[in-house]
Design a protein around this ligand. Sequence first.
Ligand code: ARG
Length: 460
Amino acid sequence: TKQQTWSDRFETSLNPIIAEFNASIGFDIELIEYDLTGSMAHAKMLGLTGIITPEEAETLIRGLSQIRQEYRDGNFNPGIEQEDVHFAVERRLTEIVGDVGKKLHTGRSRNDQVGTDIRLYLRDQIRQIQDLLREWQKALLNHAEKHIETLIPGYTHLQRAQPISLAHHLMAYCQMAQRDWERLEQIYDRTNVSPLGCGALAGTTFPIDRHFSAQELDFASIYENSLDGVSDRDFAIEFLCASSLIMVHLSRISEELILWASQEFSFITLKDNCSTGSSIMPQKKNPDIPELVRGKTGRVFGHLQALLTIMKGLPLAYNKDLQEDKEGIFDTVKTVKGSLTAMTILMSEGLEFRTQRLAEAVDEDFSNATDVADYLASKGVPFREAYNLVGKVVKTSLAANKLLKDLTLEEWKQLHPAFESDIYEAIKPKQVVSARNSYGGTGFAQIKDAIANLKEKMVV
Ligand code: ARG
């Protein structure tokens, strides 16, 4: 005997292995709250337009809320034979309210239904991820505000370049998170479009009111073309893309934290609450959190690549390939939320900057060489000439095992008569940093402005 919901065209049941292969209930149960909400709006619309009676609509809505309660109480656990969350809900509804339950699916298809569900789900998740981005930004800002005058070597090519403020370094990540937040804001708008009422592909013969159901579900607008409405997953791809970028940013700071926690850098100390030990080497304290975040970045990229590939050859309109969108989206949501949460905890209570060690680091290298060249250039020596002179003095100092601050005034003057005793002040790390006061630079005054400006943006 047949068990599926499909029509009497089918005489026998699916092969059980095929049934399992075909089913999505194992994962799309995640959409149930949204499926119920979408169905309630649809039922209300059917009642309002006279497609069913207002009493029937009410009965359907009552049945659907009972299913919601059953699900929340842990009493709704549909199995593989139900195929997907949409069939599972419809079947249970008919058990609860009787034959009128069979009227729910009037004027719609699972195709516009699942499109509605996934958009409602993503709308919620986007808001939650935006909130987590804000928490992440606050954790970064907290350190930044404390460490405006803490200096850290700045690198290019992972070679010491110029000293910078630690706050400036952290604020760079805060700016990335701000772009991530704004990107999600735009994607929210493109997700917030209702496909409900597009039907299987071509619309419906019933006098439905798509604007009404859209309004009920707080959608800002509706799809103009029913084929496009049921088969568009652009918004999901954009979401995976924005998620990939969030992970890129988290992965980059993770990489830096891992380096900074190494004995070679020793710029931070990991606290016990956020690091792990080794099963064999008793001295070890490992940065597992940033390593995991760096690693998890790969799976999010994979989900983006997968959905792009799923979509590229699909003829219009719905194809079952689209069922493959869900697991990647769900896993991305879980991964991004988990990573943001863990990194926020790590940043706010799991590490300490070793300020003494940082101060030594910026004081024992040649990262003030640009400032010597700038010093000469400001006295009228063409920059390229100054640059070459300083290159020479770096070479001789390295050979003599000296730093620039160790040169005598006589040695400076030998290099170029324009040097005066104020050269010593000009190449002190603090001065080097505070002098880079161009807009967006690491100068302390700039950083204070940058922090204030970003905080203002974060309020909206
Ligand atoms: N489980 C399906 C999905 O996730 C629901 C839509 C099925 N539609 C269909 N015509 N088979 O995409």
